[in-house]
Design a protein around this ligand. Sequence first.
Ligand code: CTP
Length: 396
Amino acid sequence: MTSLSGKRLLLGLTGGIAAYKAAALARLFVKAGIDVRVVMTEAACRFITPVTMQALSGQPVYTDLWDARVRDNMAHIELSRDRDLILVAPASADFMAKLANGEANDLLSTLCLARRIPLAVAPAMNVEMWENAATVRNVARLREDGIILMGPAAGDQACGETGMGRMLEPEELFEAVAALLGPRLLKGKKVLVTAGPTYEPIDTVRGITNQSSGKMGYAVAQAAIEAGAEVTLVSGPTALATPAGAVRMDVRSAREMHDAVMARAKASDIFIAVAAVADYHVVGEKSHKIKRGTGNLFIELAPNPDILATVAALKKPPFCVGFAAETENLRANAQAKRKHKKIPLLAANLAQEAFGRDDNALTLFDDKGQHELKRAAKIAIARQLIAHIAGMLKKR
Ligand code: CTP
């Protein structure tokens, strides 16, 4: 028995070379006790046979809108009614365009349109197709419509090109589905997350910032949403899409971030400070563009408020989690930072191995000692962090 036993999934396959990975994916689901019903488009059947999917899922596979096996010829309605989730993997560019436009001209697209349950898609396509303006538009629409996007990832593609558009690996998709269907570890909790860099203006066009991409903070927000939390994401400047379901507040400077956080901290159950906050701001920011001169130019910096320490010092603080990006002496610096900021949990990583990347490895420091989260995709690491936080909260 796993926590996923008895969950019911509708796995949709569309036409793409990544369809072969859907076979391994179906196996993982079945092994975890999930009831998997497979629906394939005509194009998907050109890449992998329904017989394969039937053998792996242990159930009949559906491909036809007019399938007479389903009650009253209502396959497009009936097949999703007893399910908990639809996952389309692989989701082709064409299928995503259909979804974005509400088209329903085959069994799978009709099922998606007639559904009452959450829909997740795992895009799989050539990098140029993924980056095409039409796909970019469609993806934005899918997000707006509350459809969950799982991936894609960057890397080598079957066509020989390299770039974004590769479908996530079966194990990664399995974990993403497990997070959606598994126990809601933070149900009803209010979670406040900071993410990204801050930007400290020098004048109207220049500023001081850092190399944080925001990916880790956004992954933490996403994992908290999956765990059933109500999430507010206070974000410095990033180019990332807001995780579906999060309330996002955009800020620029550390002081703006401080104000946004302090306005919400007291009403939060958990505060996770992932942002790479600038420790200093520029004194006397100029309201015009500084002109080139001949001599040296000096910039005076004054300390910024420590947002995390300020929240942790509240009379009734939320459960506070800090991040530490160190470049050396990870353990000693992280433990010192946890004690100094008086927080129950600190997640530490090496800056040079985390910034801007899609994966990360973390060491968690708490009263019990230290726990290693092995290198994995940031979202996978974020889910483990959320599970750790939920475990600590339960014991309180
Ligand atoms: N943090 C914060 N406000 C600040 C600085 C940091 O909330 N002004 C938070 C970060 O979001 C992170 C943690 O504190 O969760 C650690 O940040 P870090 O910059 O690594 O620690 P500092 O205390 O600034 O120490 P140092 O830069 O000297 O390593």
